[in-house]
Design a protein around this ligand. Structure first.
Ligand SMILES: Cc1cc2nc3c(=O)[nH]c(=O)nc-3n(C[C@H](O)[C@H](O)[C@H](O)COP(=O)(O)OP(=O)(O)OC[C@H]3O[C@@H](n4cnc5c(N)ncnc54)[C@H](O)[C@@H]3O)c2cc1C
Length: 586
């Protein structure tokens, strides 16, 4: 197993300090172009560079990425909805750019002063220094939900293959649970699907999920169409703000006709395991919350701007966390440094503002950047980035879409057909294209796959967030978890609704039902906003059985909370605690 702790705590600053001790002599030889990131921007920059270089050996191209595959993100919502198999939207990077050197690693820091990138790689996450003559930043952006308490813990994202795979399994699980749920309130929450963000990824995700759920209903006899709720929360008054207003309005009409509710001019404030809270005070009971908002600068890029003197782009006088580049894709005032894609603030060829953060622009910028790097090496004049967007398309599921292509505005089936044709042609690799075409053809005639794959351990240690008044534990439930308060306070409430105790930070609760294997004897309610660390029964029992101080701690806790010899008797009786550890996950 790799030493994960080391990976998680290595900050860019610490990486830099450690690297000074391992620095080796810089190798002489060819000009080294290092590309950071394996998304649209990085893969296409490396591809164009190696294609343009041909058989030249005086320049080498190295691509660094933390995944060894490239994800075709525009098709992720279809993967989440089971329309395309997950592996059909990814390509091995080595296959797309066979003539670039590929390094599977995590970038830790860019040492602009010494012209080296510090990465951790290999089984032991060894820190290695990679020198460069030209560096291309293609690190994209990252999700950051820290401004919305509980969203990090309870929302599903839609950014990579794992997110799409998780979402599909989660939705099928909700349908399974709803089918056997007798309580109408809980059933409704299981059948309420909330997506935050009315941009491309949010709109496409809700459209596709709606199709998955509606086409799967025939297998869930107790779930009625009228029980299902889809809500799209968006901060503006029109969805798809990147598109012409009339197409945003058309998309809204199409989605509303299908029963998707628009919650417009609204912002998400917080989330808990069972609710989404809006800034205007509304509260939505749901078990499915997909958050497509909350993009933040990549921390490596941000650090390079702050410590390496690379300029950050600004909009209306506000820094926006991406590299400011000139029209040649070169970082402002820093020869040898380039930026492409979502992490770059490239002046729009229209003369107004910056290029939008889309795959279409990332690919075109990649070509221009590759050309200009080679022109710099060969001492030729550079050419400015020129590109007129061919159009914009957004799929809405159920064979409809909205599109603007070559000045024409299309909606419905024609737009959907155009969407599929365009994206199929853009997918890299003939075999992947064939597989996706086959998936789409089969999807026309057969139902969606409703297999729920349980490949993730659901009972890992995690932090849950609750808003005031929410129940953390319900009286009568069988105890499956132990709770430790990280922040905030909870109230223990008996069956008559009387508060019998208040617990605060570092207090533990829920141990009794775990040890006895009995239903909870009281409810526990959040007094204010509260974060609790949740530990599964298997992990709790292993910990108590293997660590004598822990056993003593819980013994004492029970003695405080229970009368007479009951605490000792409970510890002795508890299966797996005294005798042997039960395997994790039991
Ligand atoms: C669901 C969804 C649907 C979309 N639909 C469309 C669409 O229809 N049309 C369109 O034009 N655009 C669409 N987009 C936007 C488009 O996908 C992005 O603009 C594009 O992916 C940006 O590419 P990029 O290479 O700049 O960044 P990314 O794709 O984010 O790539 C960044 C790369 O850097 C790597 N990386 C980051 N940090 C490190 C590190 N420390 N060490 C090593 N590697 C690192 C990442 O692993 C990744 O490979 C969609 C996006 C999403 C999420």
């Amino acid at each position: 197993m790799p030493p994960l702790r080391k990976e998680a705590t290595l900050t860019p600053q610490l990486a830099l300090a450690l690297a000074d001790s391992i620095e080796r002599a810089r190798p002489p030889g060819p000009v080294r172009i290092v590309v950071l990131g394996g998304g649209f921007a990085g893969v296409y920059t490396a591809k164009y560079l190696t294609d343009m270089l041909g058989s030249r050996t005086d320049v080498v191209v190295e691509l660094l990425s933390e995944e060894n595959y490239f994800v075709f993100q525009p098709l992720l919502p279809e993967v989440a909805a089971g329309g395309i198999a997950p592996t059909h939207v990814v390509n091995p990077i080595r296959e797309i750019v066979p003539r670039a050197r590929f390094r599977h690693c995590k970038v830790r820091n860019v040492d602009v002063g010494k012209g080296r990138v510090l990465v951790s790689q290999g089984e032991g996450l060894e820190l290695v220094s990679v020198p460069y003559d030209h560096l291309v930043f293609c690190l994209g952006k990252v999700s950051n939900f820290s401004a919305m308490p509980g969203v990090e813990e309870h929302a599903l994202a839609m950014k990579d293959l794992g997110d799409a795979f998780r979402l599909r399994n989660h939705v099928i699980r909700c349908l399974e649970l709803a089918d056997i749920e007798a309580d109408p309130e809980k059933k409704r929450a299981l059948l309420t699907f909330v997506v935050a963000g009315g941009g491309f990824s949010g709109v496409e995700t809700i459209g596709e999920l709606c199709e998955l759920v509606q086409r799967s209903l025939k297998y869930f006899p107790t779930v009625r169409r009228e029980d299902i709720v889809f809500q799209l929360v968006h901060s503006q008054d029109v969805i798809l703000p990147e598109m012409p207003r009339e197409l945003g309005l058309a998309a809204r009409r199409i989605l509303e006709k299908r029963g998707i509710e628009m919650v417009l001019s609204a912002r998400v404030k917080a989330a808990s395991p069972e609710h989404v809270y809006l800034a205007d005070g509304r509260k939505i009971a749901t078990r499915t919350f997909v958050c497509t908002v909350g993009n933040a600068p990549n921390p490596i890029a941000k650090h390079a701007m702050q410590s390496g003197g690379l300029t950050e782009a600004q909009v209306d006088g506000r820094a926006i966390g991406v590299f400011s580049t000139d029209e040649f894709l070169q970082c402002a005032g820093r020869p040898g440094y380039w930026a492409v894609g979502d992490c770059a603030g490239v002046p729009s060829p229209t003369g107004k503002g910056l290029c939008p953060p889309t795959a279409q622009f990332a690919i075109r910028q990649a070509r221009s950047c590759a050309k200009n790097i080679l022109a710099t090496i060969d001492k030729r004049p550079l050419s400015p980035f020129k590109f007129k967007a061919l159009g914009m398309l957004a799929s809405l599921g159920q064979r409809s879409a909205v599109a603007e292509m070559l000045g024409f505005k299309l909606t419905g089936f024609i737009a959907w057909f155009a969407w599929r044709s365009v994206y199929l042609s853009k997918l890299p690799g003939f075999v992947r294209r064939l597989r996706v075409a086959l998936d789409w053809t089969l999807d026309l005639f057969f139902p969606r796959d409703i297999t729920q794959l349980q490949v993730f351990r659901a009972d890992r240690l995690r932090v849950n967030h609750y808003e005031p008044g929410e129940l953390v534990i319900r009286q009568g439930q069988i105890g499956r978890e132990l709770f430790l308060i990280v922040k905030g306070e909870v109230e223990v409430v008996d069956s008559l609704g009387v508060v019998i105790a208040t617990l605060g930070a570092r207090d533990v609760f829920g141990e009794r039902a775990l040890l006895e294997d009995t239903p909870r004897t009281a409810s526990v309610r959040a007094k204010g906003p509260v974060d609790v660390l949740v530990m599964s029964r298997g992990d709790f029992r292993s910990m108590v059985a293997q660590l004598p101080p822990m056993e003593e701690y819980f013994q004492k806790l029970l003695e405080e909370r229970l009368p007479g010899d009951a605490a000792r008797a409970m510890m002795d009786r508890s299966p797996g605690v005294k005798q042997s550890a039960s395997p994790p996950g039991n």
